[in-house]
Ligand binder design. Structure first.
Ligand code: S3P
Length: 171
């Protein structure tokens, strides 16, 4: 077991497209941890896609569901949790996140945009200017993401395996 982690949950935070789910699954395997993706839990419980939830119930309702899921997973240990990119926006979520080790996958807008340009599953990017939207979300959230315990900066395309290995070296 790694020295920083000591069996507590590992929370991956960062923008959509940062690779939290793929890297999180790899980390869970390497750590012999369970894996949870908060968006998946929400979508499965609701029987709806995240797009549908945003359209039908609104973002505020989605954010409440997100906090509820986070509160639930906090009751467990030895989980790697891929969070939704906006989880950092609610102050109450930080008290849950701080139960574990928080790792920020920091990926620049160009890389995010390359990955997300064709994406139709992120309601916040269904904007006339998706790149501008990404930029403004990054600007708004960077001070919050910076509260993570560890930051992994991904400045060029690396495989999820390489990123997971870098996380493993730091924890
Ligand atoms: C969001 C990110 C998405 C999802 C929702 C809102 C955001 O999760 O929670 O579309 O506010 O950045 P991913 O970060 O897994 O894409």
């Amino acid at each position: 077991m790694s020295s920083l982690l000591q069996g507590v949950n590992l929370y991956l935070i960062g923008m959509m497209g940062a690779g939290k789910t793929t890297v999180g699954q790899l980390l869970a395997k390497q750590l012999s941890y369970g894996f949870v993706d908060t968006d998946n839990v929400i979508a499965q419980a609701a029987g709806k896609s995240i797009n549908q939830l945003f359209a039908e119930a609104g973002e505020a309702a989605f954010r409440q569901l997100e906090s509820d899921v986070l509160a639930q997973v906090c009751a467990y240990t030895k989980l790697t949790i891929a969070t939704g990119g906006g989880i950092v926006m609610r102050q109450e979520n930080w008290s849950y996140l701080h139960h574990g080790l928080i790792v920020w996958l920091d990926v620049p807008v160009e890389l995010l945009y390359n990955r997300l340009a064709e994406d139709t599953t992120r309601p916040l990017l269904q904007d006339v200017d998706p790149k501008g939207k990404l930029r403004s979300l990054i600007e708004e959230r960077t001070p919050l993401y910076s509260q993570a315990d560890l930051k992994i900066t991904v400045n060029h395309e690396e495989t999820p395996e390489q990123i997971a290995n870098r996380v493993m070296e730091m924890i």
